[in-house]
Write a protein that binds this ligand. Structure first.
Ligand SMILES: Cc1ncc(COP(=O)(O)O)c(C=O)c1O
Length: 392
């Protein structure tokens, strides 16, 4: 078949092309030798190293995170794992927090079995956390903080953490639950910011992707690790994320308003015993959050009910608007009873250690569902359950 060069006349397309290719050609030895040695010449080499569809999206993400550059990965977990493993050869002491996304905790347990030193800080009480850190801060090479943490939305004073760590230690912040609209960790001294783009950034539940952003010197070895291991995203997914980023600000503004409204409703409901939402002054970390967050606190609200485990499951089953699903940041509303779902495989004792109580629920407002419909649904079904309890 003859070679075709038909794409060039269509370069006036409003949208960039999706580069699905694995291969790039050169005209002769002179052009590839030049491109290989002069980094200012942008030419593709091979599909595992370069892809214009990734690069355009990475540039937008770096801007959103207020930093230099970004690398995309096929999922948030792949971004976290690849970042930690990039530095596992040269760094020995890895620290993190106790209350965070369960698979990040499992990665740290893996690091431990690989013979690396791991330190886990209790992050429920910010002052105790910083005091504990002071005792070992000079020994830490890499510190990964999730902020806010999943599912309790705890935060940490990353400015203080940065000041306590050695200057050559890396501070990494997974701020998936804030999104760059509400919080930009690099502005506060983080070296790297990680997102599961699967959540708020993409927002349409149609792909998984992860990103790591930071200054070039720190990102370069992570990019080289990706070049080597091939943990690369699909070009089509990178393009789709770029499309969805066009509505990111609008979606986040709407979710910030809706999340606050839902949290306020829950705070005053007699059957709700605790609400974890940083926009409520009843959250133990809300004061600190005001320092770091701009715009709002997102569309995820975690709460505890004055109900048993069975009654909580019944309430969730009866809700009409949310899907029972383990995700957040999408167009649809999702609700999850955490102890029998995400944490089903942990013992009761382990769940209690992680503050996963029997009536803990996480609700993620969907930007396509009017917030009043979600609140009405909850109000009706909480009232029904209350009545059944009284009558029964
Ligand atoms: C805070 C946080 N980080 C990372 C991840 C992992 O992201 P992904 O599902 O894209 O691998 C999740 C997933 O829920 C998460 O909540």
């Amino acid at each position: 078949m003859a070679r075709t060069r038909k794409n060039e006349p269509y370069s006036n397309s409003v949208l960039p092309a999706v580069y699905q290719n694995t291969t790039y050609f050169y005209d002769n030895a002179e052009t590839y030798t030049k491109a290989l040695h002069d980094k200012s010449i942008i030419r593709g080499r091979y599909g595992r190293y370069h892809n214009p569809s990734w690069e355009s999206t990475e540039e937008i993400l770096a801007q959103l995170d207020a930093t230099d550059t970004c690398v995309l990965f096929p999922s948030g977990m792949s971004a976290i794992y690849s970042t930690l493993m990039t530095f596992a050869g040269s760094r020995r002491c890895f620290a993190t927090i106790r209350y965070l996304y369960k698979n990040t905790r499992r990665i740290f347990e893996r690091l431990d079995t690989l013979g690396l030193r791991t330190i886990v800080f209790d992050n429920a009480e910010p002052t105790d956390f910083i005091e504990a850190l002071k005792r070992v801060s000079q020994e830490i090479d890499i510190f990964l903080v999730e902020m806010p943490s999943n599912p309790h939305l705890y935060i940490a004073d990353i400015e203080k953490i940065r000041a306590l760590l050695r200057p050559d230690a890396l501070l990494i912040v997974d701020s998936t639950l804030a999104s760059p609209h509400n919080f930009k960790p690099c502005v506060w001294g983080a070296d790297l910011v990680i997102h599961s783009c699967t959540k708020y950034l993409n927002g349409h539940a149609d792909l998984l992707l992860g990103s790591v952003a930071g200054v070039k010197e720190v990102i370069d070895p992570i990019r080289q690790f990706r070049d080597m291991t091939g943990a690369i995203p699909s070009p089509k997914d990178a393009f789709t994320l770029m499309q969805h980023l066009k509505t990111f600000k609008l979606r986040m503004d709407a979710l910030n308003v809706a999340g606050q409204k839902l949290a306020t409703f829950l705070k005053y409901h007699p059957m709700v015993s605790k609400v974890y939402y940083l926009g409520l002054d009843s959250h133990p970390h809300s004061k600190q959050a005001q320092k770091f967050f701009t715009n709002g606190y997102g569309g995820v609200v975690t709460f505890e009910l004055n109900l048993s485990k069975q009654e909580t499951s019944k309430l969730i089953d009866n809700l009409q608007v949310p899907y029972i699903a383990s995700n957040f940041g999408g167009a649809e509303t999702y609700v999850e009873h955490l102890s029998p779902f995400t944490y089903y495989n942990l013992s009761q004792e382990k769940r209690e250690q992680l503050h996963i109580t029997d009536s803990l629920v996480r609700l993620s407002v969907g930007f396509n569902d009017p917030i009043d419909s979600i609140i009405n649904d909850l109000a009706i079904n909480l009232a029904r359950l209350n009545k059944l309890e009284v009558c029964g």
